[in-house]
Design a protein around this ligand. Structure first.
Ligand code: UDP
Length: 239
């Protein structure tokens, strides 16, 4: 892969937990603001930005179904959690003077725009940051799949998946000091070795559309912008 590659349009996927800081739950406004800084520096490069934020800091479908709730109902609650995170991110972007839209896969017109593909593309062309909320709108999916789906629909050149570590490792680097980071890894290897990147449906959807996934550390200040400028360490998942 070339050292410096200029991206026109990208998808940034972050988990809900990325917004909770050191708290065990919910939203930590300074952390949300710090991620907004990262987005701002990429926006300044002229890159068009799509975002998908998870909901795990508030509610996960599996957690609800483990408590005896019907899975689909619990999943809808999880999707609603992503809307809250999206609104928090929009507020943080707005505080910096950046224009954004929250676009929901579940209609709630008082709060967010409904998802209309061509309209979302128009927002991107006008350099508005599009935050896609409510996942895919379907239970039994994850926000990783939603990020892959929207990235394909929007014609993004890559998904940037911000995590706690600077790439994909052969085992958990938090537990194994000898864990090895991949610079490059194929979709099939990720699936076969069950590497922790995204769930299998998201990986398969990226693979079938040849959409690269770049796994990088969100804890590294300036990391997102740096990688777009060809610096830093990360793993590129590709065909
Ligand atoms: N969810 C769903 N369909 C989707 C996306 C999300 O049902 O298309 C639900 C699911 O219950 C999931 C929750 O929303 O557990 C939160 O999303 P996710 O677990 O992907 O969040 P993250 O782990 O990225 O914070």
């Amino acid at each position: 892969q070339p050292a410096t590659r200029s991206y026109k349009r990208v998808m940034l996927k972050i988990s809900g937990e990325a917004l909770m800081g050191d708290q065990g739950y919910g939203l930590h406004p300074p952390t949300v603001a710090r991620i907004a800084d990262e987005v701002e520096s990429v926006h300044k490069l002229g890159v068009e930005i799509c975002m998908v934020i998870g909901g795990g800091n508030i509610f996960r479908g599996l957690q609800g179904s483990a408590q005896g709730m019907e899975r689909a109902t619990a999943d809808y609650m999880g999707m609603l959690a992503t809307v809250m995170n999206a609104l928090a991110m929009q507020a943080a972007l707005e505080a910096k003077g950046l224009h954004s839209r929250v676009i929901s896969a579940i209609r709630m017109d008082e709060v967010a725009e409904p998802y209309i593909r061509r309209r979302a593309i128009r927002h991107l062309e006008k350099k508005r940051i599009c935050i896609f909320a409510a996942g895919t709108g379907n239970p039994y999916f994850t926000t990783d799949t939603a990020a892959t789906l929207r990235a394909n629909e929007m014609g993004c050149e890559a998904i940037f998946k911000g995590t706690k570590v600077d790439g994909v490792y052969d085992k958990d680097p938090a537990r194994f000091p000898d864990a090895k980071r991949y610079d490059n890894v194929t979709y099939d290897e990720v699936l076969q070795k069950h590497l922790a990147v995204m769930d299998a449906s998201a990986i398969a959807l990226a693979r079938d559309n040849n959409l690269p996934i770049i796994v990088f550390s969100l804890d590294e200040p300036g990391g997102f912008c740096g990688i777009l400028a060809g610096k830093g360490t990360y793993t590129r998942v590709h065909g």
